[in-house]
Design a protein around this ligand. Structure first.
Ligand SMILES: Cc1cc2nc3c(=O)[nH]c(=O)nc-3n(C[C@H](O)[C@H](O)[C@H](O)COP(=O)(O)OP(=O)(O)OC[C@H]3O[C@@H](n4cnc5c(N)ncnc54)[C@H](O)[C@@H]3O)c2cc1C
Length: 287
């Protein structure tokens, strides 16, 4: 399918991009890697009158350490996340997750900012952002505001981003020593979105769970945090019975859409399985 015609601008700075966004109003859409937006335009689910391409805005690219935080520009590609030595050392969960997204072609163009801003419950970064307790910096006509990941995802394709705003960067606390982590993703084939996936970040105190965050991908209208499952394990040893109880609590909050990846019952059962695997893998990495 061919999309309807549209205007196109390629600004070279963030202020210029914001000015164009203000000029074109609701007609405009940001273009990042284009791997979600262009398919939607081809199917005519999205018909923007004007695209503002951020690919020449260098200040939105790259990964750095600043004030004790890891700061990732919204236009950083999945491939750059995978290749980053800083992430491998300080937030290996992010690089490991990026490697599970789509295929090399998509990862070379697709950006972390686009993956988050799109608001697709099937995308992998939103659950990772929830377990990492990330903060999103949004730039708009009145300046910048920071939104925690926990308040950003409102519904399928709905986020806290206003039409006049651009996701500028993502700020995340690096892992403390001996933090365990895992992202377990069940997919039908290489390059597919998750049938069910679970992200876990874990620390232990002796043989008991000290801190734990669990989030799920493609199992509800947005990525969701499994807080009851976390509570089930807090302060307890990681016995099979305790892990099973946490998996059941996670399954209880699943509300997936049935599609070619499976029916509701199958996806919910797989969510439980992914939670168990992610907790066990994370635990091996705490040591
Ligand atoms: C075959 C295929 C398989 C895929 N599999 C997966 C997968 O397994 N897991 C996964 O997570 N994703 C997957 N994707 C999606 C891919 O990761 C996309 O690249 C991603 O969803 C969007 O990123 P993008 O940079 O391409 O954004 P675009 O498609 O350019 O934009 C997406 C949306 O976000 C908005 N936007 C983008 N950047 C900004 C910004 N900085 N500020 C404000 N708004 C912005 C755009 O206006 C648009 O509405 C797949 C895509 C394809 C084509």
């Amino acid at each position: 399918m061919i999309p309807p015609s549209f205007g196109y601008s390629a600004p070279s700075s963030l202020p210029e991009a914001l000015k164009l966004l203000a000029q074109h109003g609701d007609e405009a859409k940001i273009l990042a890697g284009g791997h979600s937006l262009l398919p939607m335009m081809k199917f005519r689910f999205a018909e923007p009158g004007h695209l503002i391409d951020l690919n020449r805005v260098d200040e939105l690219k790259g990964i750095r350490e600043e004030g004790g935080l890891i700061v990732i520009g919204a236009m950083t590609s999945e491939s750059d996340l995978i290749a980053s030595k800083l992430l491998t050392q300080k937030l290996p969960l992010l690089a490991e997750t990026a490697l599970q997204i789509a295929d090399p072609q998509v990862r070379n163009r697709g950006t972390i900012g686009g993956d988050i801003a799109h608001g697709d419950p099937g995308n992998d970064h939103p659950a990772i952002m929830l377990v990492l307790d990330a903060t999103f910096v949004l730039s708009g006509p009145k300046g910048e505001r920071s939104v925690p990941a926990s308040k950003f995802f409102h519904g399928t394709y709905m986020t806290d981003l206003q039409a006049s705003e651009i996701l500028k960067e993502i700020r995340i606390q690096p892992f403390a020593a001996k933090t365990g982590y895992a992202y377990c993703k069940l997919k039908r084939k290489t390059g597919d979105w998750a049938s069910a996936a679970a992200a876990v970040v874990l620390t232990m105190s002796g043989d008991k769970v000290s801190t734990l965050r669990i989030a799920l991908t493609n199992l509800a209208a947005t990525a969701i945090r499994a807080e009851a499952a976390e509570a089930d394990l807090q302060g307890r040893p990681l016995s099979d019975a305790n892990i099973d109880a946490a998996a059941k609590a996670a399954m209880a909050i699943c509300d997936p859409a049935a599609d070619l990846r499976g029916d509701v019952e199958y996806k919910t059962a797989m969510a439980g399985e992914m939670v168990k695997r992610a907790i066990r893998l994370a635990a091996t990495r705490c040591r």
